[in-house]
Design a protein. Structure first.
Length: 274
């Protein structure tokens, strides 16, 4: 079973990198980079507010803890960016911007959660595990493109950005293995991890990507084109989420039913012996 989980999780991560791989072959110009920056901002806002946050609220017993996790995510990444920015100015004046580190950390957390979902689904049913792995792969394509674009805009080369996306995708394997070994003890923390990731995406989109569009774009025509790219990111992410969300919820419901059955089995056994 573990081998199937690992293979499916790895392949899911590879498929999700298709968009980033295609973009890595393109020639990057300032106008093209800013257009895709607008796309990335739309993707991140939609992912945070229409996918991650509702999912965390649905799974959590305490809604206050979810908003606290979002708040902590925003504050922590602000502090982290300040510290990295300070080091950046003193030691690497012409290196990648601090957001490159932030997006890699946030993407790794997001992929970790995906690995948990795939592993939990496989432990319910092999077919459901395969469906969930495919759903996660296609669900993550817009997000991986957004992460790749953000890395490029931060001063990372396309080749390096693709490598960072690949290594952050491996975090899903860690999530899958930990769920297989530890089970519910890992899943109990998922709503907080999801909410924390939402805070990170909100911070990146609102404090970094959107201000960059305002400050770097002078042409009126380019501003309108960027608006189109921004809404393209929103529409694509919302559409993919709408199509894949039922499959992911089916995996979660099936896993919960399996847990309930396991809890009831000892009681049924005892009644049979009495």
């Amino acid at each position: 079973m573990l081998l199937f989980i690992l293979v499916a999780t790895f392949l899911s991560g590879i498929v999700s990198l298709v968009g980033a791989f295609v973009l890595s072959k393109k020639k990057w110009e300032d106008t093209f980079t800013l257009q895709l920056t607008a796309f990335a901002a739309g993707v991140m806002l939609t992912t945070a507010l229409l996918h991650l946050l509702p999912e965390a609220l649905e799974e959590a017993g305490n809604q206050q803890s979810i908003f606290t996790a979002v708040f902590v995510g925003i504050v922590l990444f602000f502090l982290l960016e300040r510290l990295v920015l300070w080091f950046h100015h003193h030691h690497e004046a012409h290196g990648p911007k601090p957001s490159a580190l932030l997006i890699t950390v946030g993407d790794s957390l997001h992929n970790f959660v995906d690995g948990v979902a795939i592993s939990a689904a496989f432990q319910v049913d092999m077919r459901l595990g395969i469906i969930t792995a495919l759903a996660v792969a296609f669900h993550e394509i817009p997000q991986e493109i957004a992460d790749f674009v953000t890395l490029i805009r931060s001063g990372v080369s396309p080749k390096k950005a693709l490598q960072l996306n690949f290594f952050s995708a491996l975090a899903s394997i860690l999530g899958a293995v930990m769920t297989y070994i530890l089970g519910e003890s890992v899943e109990a923390f998922l709503p907080l991890i999801v909410a924390f990731s939402a805070g990170m995406f909100l911070y990146i989109a609102l404090s970094d990507l959107i201000p960059e569009l305002h400050h770097s774009t002078k042409s009126s025509s380019q501003k309108w084109i960027q608006i189109i790219w921004f809404f393209a990111g929103i529409i694509l992410t919302f559409s993919v989420t709408t199509l894949t969300e039922p499959l992911l919820h089916e995996a979660e419901d099936g896993h919960q039913e399996e847990i309930n059955i396991d809890l009831n089995e000892p009681m049924m056994f005892e009644e049979g012996n009495s």
